[in-house]
Write a protein that binds this ligand. Structure first.
Ligand code: LMR
Length: 396
């Protein structure tokens, strides 16, 4: 039995994190997984999350019942308002939002739902993208293709080539897009490009599936939400997966959401029902604790404002670290073209370093990057900056 089970090759991000933890070097630096670390190299517990926890603890103890299949009702309402902003009632009724098990759970439930109703569609993801996108959609039974994202320099988006590919896709093709803070490149579409894309998608009946795991960490919540809000406003049908792991520093709670923008309120109701069915056959219902924390924070204007300020301070720290790394590398090697560090947005930068060079940097300097050449800017702080700058300057 099970003799034919082959080895799991590991996950390019999570398995590297295991290697990092096993590395005995005391001066090792983790710039791999997308964790937000503070200036002391710690994954923070946000003060608003602490207050929300205290709030929960102060409630009379109640039985720990299951949540509904679609999640915590207060969470769903608050998240829909947060993601989509102010909408008319008619626009609002066309959107279904359910709680999900992190962003990955949202992608998988969305993929399973799409596979049921569009079994012959194919999925298109950016080249490059987060590796798990490929695994999740092929795991759900889709053929997954890649669309070009970067030009030959590897440092700019090639929007014209992207459009060319999309213009050839058959109706009901599913296109995965990063709503902001593209992972791994940190390169995002402009407002005009989103508008153009949506126009084409409407003409060709293409289904966009947005992934928003870093909302607020690029240019701020309002700017980063443009793609999501434009989707609802322009009235095309599409899906939005969102994660609260990074922005609330609630990784282990597995809290996220899946929204589907439908053509009418009546369709939205049926879609909502089928999403519940999809959840039921995957894991029955989502966990309670993280969703309660998020709904307390988003549902209370004062706490929500304080959380926005906390989020902004994470963003600002990363922008400062980008500049500091840029300066430190330039000081060592003024001729190096590292402008990309300043131009890219969010938690990641795409260095263009090859997997072999990344391996060498890890072996010689104990600095961990993803083998695609992605570095997590949030792992930088004053204590490790010089070591990282030296490692990158030596190998660039
Ligand atoms: C990442 O890209 O590092 C994060 O999204 C964490 C993960 O699950 O891969």
């Amino acid at each position: 039995m099970f003799e034919h089970v082959d080895n799991y090759p590991g996950d390019p991000i999570l398995s590297l994190m295991d290697d990092y933890q096993r590395d005995p070097r005391t001066d090792k630096v983790n710039l791999s997984i997308g964790f937000y670390y503070d200036e002391n190299g710690q994954v923070p517990v946000l003060p608003t999350v602490q207050r929300a926890k205290a709030h929960l603890d102060a409630r009379p103890t109640s039985a720990n019942l299951y949540l509904p299949m679609d999640g915590h009702p207060g969470f769903r309402r608050a998240v829909q308002d947060y993601l989509f902003g102010a909408l008319s009632e008619a626009q609002d009724e066309r959107i279904v939002t359910i709680q999900s098990v992190g962003g990955s759970g949202a992608l998988r439930v969305g993929a399973d739902f799409l596979k049921r109703y569009y079994p012959n569609s194919q999925v298109w993801v950016s080249d490059p993208t987060w590796d798990n996108h490929l695994a999740i959609f092929s795991g759900a039974g889709f053929a997954v293709n890649r669309y070009p994202y970067l030009d030959a320099s590897g440092k700019r988006i090639d929007f014209a080539r992207m459009l060319e590919v999309f213009a050839q896709l058959p109706a009901n093709s599913i296109v995965l897009l990063h709503a902001c803070c593209h992972n791994p490149t940190g390169m995002d579409l402009s407002v005009e490009q989103w508008d153009q894309l949506y126009m084409l998608f409407r003409e060709r009946s293409i289904i966009p599936f947005l992934d928003a795991a870093y909302l607020g960490l690029g240019e701020g919540v309002e700017q980063d939400a443009y793609a999501i809000r434009a989707l609802a406003r322009t009235g095309i049908t599409g899906l939005v997966a969102n994660s609260f792991s990074k922005v609330f520093s609630l990784y282990g709670e597995r809290v996220g959401s899946l929204s589907i923008v439908c053509d009418s309120a009546a369709i939205a109701q049926r879609v909502h029902g089928q999403l519940k069915g999809t959840v039921r056959t995957n894991y029955s219902n989502p966990p309670r604790h993280g969703a309660e924390l998020v709904s307390i924070i988003l549902g209370e204007p004062q706490l929500a404002a304080e959380w926005r300020a906390e989020l902004e301070s994470m963003r600002v720290r990363m922008v400062a670290m980008r500049q500091a790394l840029f300066d430190a590398i330039r000081e060592r090697k003024p001729e190096l073209d590292v402008e990309y560090l300043l131009e890219q947005k969010g938690m990641f930068s795409y260095t263009g370093l090859s997997a072999e060079v990344v391996d060498r940097i890890r072996e010689r300097h104990g600095v961990y990057l993803i083998r695609s050449g992605r570095i997590c800017i949030a792992g930088l702080n004053e204590s490790n900056l010089d070591a990282v700058a030296q490692a990158l300057a030596d190998h660039h």
